[in-house]
Design a protein around this ligand. Sequence first.
Ligand SMILES: [Zn+2]
Length: 262
Amino acid sequence: MPKWKIFLWKLFHNGLATTANLSYRGLAISDKCPSCNLEPETSQHIFRFCSLATAAWQTSKLCIISNATPLVAFKDWLIAWIHYFYQQDGYNGLRLPEFVAILWAIWQGRNNKVFNGTIPDLALLRSFQDKGIQQHFTFTTNPIPRPSSLHGAPGPPGFLFAHFGSAFCEVPQLHLQVDGSWKKSSILAGIAWIADHVTTQATEGQGGCIYVESPLVAEAQACLGALIWAQARGYCQILIYTDSEVLVRSLLHQDTQPISIA
Ligand SMILES: [Zn+2]
């Protein structure tokens, strides 16, 4: 399912909003696990070592002893199991979705605690897991068809991808993440971008304030500003990320794009 794909993608890239990740990024919150309050809430901890997770794995059909190899990094552990089930059972095997459903259930249980104050137990995790499995099989019997023009995106699964270059199809020189934020009452927008240089791995960014008439125009101006900025520095192979679906669709189908950004 798309939500499982994006969840796994975030998990693999250590992009889940765990308290350890948020604290590492400068948020003034405790990095402790909301369940046990003993260890920092890293993926390694909540999905493998926290007592409820350990019990969920051990009592599942997969009988995984999740805390058996403490020196193995979470990312390696995750990939090793996925490869194992894939090799043993093939793409349509039953253990792979079971594995993902347990990860999903642990994260749902954790979110329930953090956002609703419900203390998760094994029964609750099992109900999330069963629901996930049920949704997975409903989805696999009737998947959402995707237009072929949107295939092959290098970013997170499920994201849209538009390509304009004539020859560029290899590794980009620069990754640009842009965002625009708009305040209706003042028609003032903040635009900003972060650039990651692929060869030097250096990161830099810039931002500013502009007056625009809508959030869409703010996002488009952020993209344009970032591209002009990158071009002035001699870059021409650029991968740019935006969270505006309208903007990407507008670039794919330029004949129907809103006049405000045309
Ligand atoms: Zn814990």
